[in-house]
Design a protein around this ligand. Sequence first.
Ligand code: FES
Length: 152
Amino acid sequence: MYREAILKKFKPSLDNILYILHDLQDNNPQRYLAKEDIRVCADYLNVPYSYVHSVASFYTMFSLEPRGSNIIRLCDSPPCHLMGSKSLLDYLKKALKVDVGGTTKDGKFTLELTSCLGVCGVAPAMMINDEMVGNLTPEKVDAILEKRRQES
Ligand code: FES
């Protein structure tokens, strides 16, 4: 039902395909584009399923696999490396007991890497869902994970 509400927000124009896919993904409880999401988008825009699937596969911001309710994207670009993002990645992997691309057993977190988030002045940085977090330290990571565990 939520899919219909999302589609109604946009004109059925190909110009809106990325907005629609974003909204569908954000509202999927497993934060990914299910086959049904791609199908409704294709039907709405009157294009083949394969067209929408190819768009969704092309952009790294879309996932075609189920993910956790919190998506952590740690910046993997050189300025963040210089400020210690590599050791934070090791810390996150250990804290979550997952590798990059993995989802925790409780389905609460997925760990991903991303290129520059545009906030190099507060490197190292990561996003958790829509929230940007800079000046990361292991203590800050712990606090964020704990807060999100309690919320979800
Ligand atoms: S390099 Fe990490 S935010 Fe720019």
